[in-house]
Design a protein around this ligand. Structure first.
Ligand SMILES: C[S@@+](CC[C@H](N)C(=O)[O-])C[C@H]1O[C@@H](n2cnc3c(N)ncnc32)[C@H](O)[C@@H]1O
Length: 275
């Protein structure tokens, strides 16, 4: 059983925090990729938010620099940003402050494997960008904690690493001797060199059910992105302006992501609801 090394997680994220979420990818295809990633992440969340005027209490677990947390606050919700890294929490505080949203936020240092909140505290629990993957074999505990602090029928949203993508990536980057092991046990490393667990759909369905929630959907984000881009370019001809066409590309991703291509996703997003 591999457990998360919280000390390494904290110090690595403290180290990267000053530059986290700063800068844009130089390559257009990568800019479009991240645009699609954020679009898919947020469009699914928007569908489960209440009508304007109703204020929810939201947990942004592993909230990092507050990129998504501020979006909840912009819609009037109160956000508790929780993270293992004080450096990332400081970045989040800066982001909320810059956007004039500090009064709708609180910041808590802690791990998703042991949440210091009573049962049924939050109307919505959001855990994006792999915090649950960092929990390694303790992921069932993390998912149980996230479900526990959600109110009954409250949405629980998680973004996680995808086993198939991790396997294909390991092969593609020439680490062929490691690829079979990654495929079978899901243990790999994130771009910051930290160990992560990459999930199969079955693992997620089982862990969510065991935690007392129902999976409403698991989708990939983005799905087949670079292949889709190549096909789009070939269909539209060499002069197509991909940046100008970004609305169309996002609409295509929106359609394909919810069409059952989850395992081709760079990441997985679980949309669950506490029973
Ligand atoms: C890739 S970042 C994502 C940040 C943010 N959610 C986003 O989407 O922009 C992962 C974040 O998870 C945090 N994290 C990792 N393991 C965690 C754990 N066990 N409990 C809480 N936070 C954790 C890291 O410190 C980091 O801020």
């Amino acid at each position: 059983m591999t457990t998360p090394d919280v000390t390494s997680l904290r110090s690595r994220y403290d180290e990267v925090s000053p530059k986290y979420d700063k800068g844009t990818p130089t390559q257009l295809s990568h800019r479009l990729f991240w645009l699609a990633y954020e679009h898919l992440t947020w469009s699914a969340v928007e569908k489960v938010l209440p009508p304007a005027g109703q204020v929810w209490r939201v947990l942004d677990a592993g909230g990092g620099g507050g990129k998504f947390g501020t979006r909840f606050a912009e819609r009037g919700h109160h956000v508790t940003v929780l993270d293992v890294s004080p450096g990332m929490l400081e970045q989040a505080r800066g982001e909320f402050s810059q956007k004039g949203l500090l009064e709708r936020a609180s910041f808590v240092e802690g791990s998703v494997t042991a949440l210091a909140f009573p049962d049924a505290t939050f109307d919505l629990v959001f855990c994006e960008g792999d915090p649950v993957s960092y929990c390694m074999d303790e992921y069932p505990k993390a998912i149980s904690e996230l479900v526990r602090v959600a109110k009954p029928r409250g949405p629980v949203v998680m973004g996680l690493d995808n086993r198939y993508e991790a396997f294909v990536g390991t092969l593609k980057y020439g680490k062929k001797e490691e690829a079979l092991k990654v495929l079978l046990d899901g243990k790999t490393k994130c771009p910051y060199g930290l160990p992560v667990h990459a999930f199969t759909l079955r693992e997620l369905h089982q862990a969510v059910a065991a935690a007392g929630a129902e999976v409403e959907e698991i989708f990939g984000k983005p799905v087949m992105f670079f292949d889709m881009l190549e096909a789009f370019q070939a269909a539209r001809g060499p002069n197509v302006d991909l940046w100008e066409a970004r609305g169309e590309l996002l609409a295509l991703q929106e359609r394909l992501a919810h069409e059952g291509f989850a395992v081709t996703g760079q990441h997985l997003q679980v949309m669950a609801r506490r029973k």
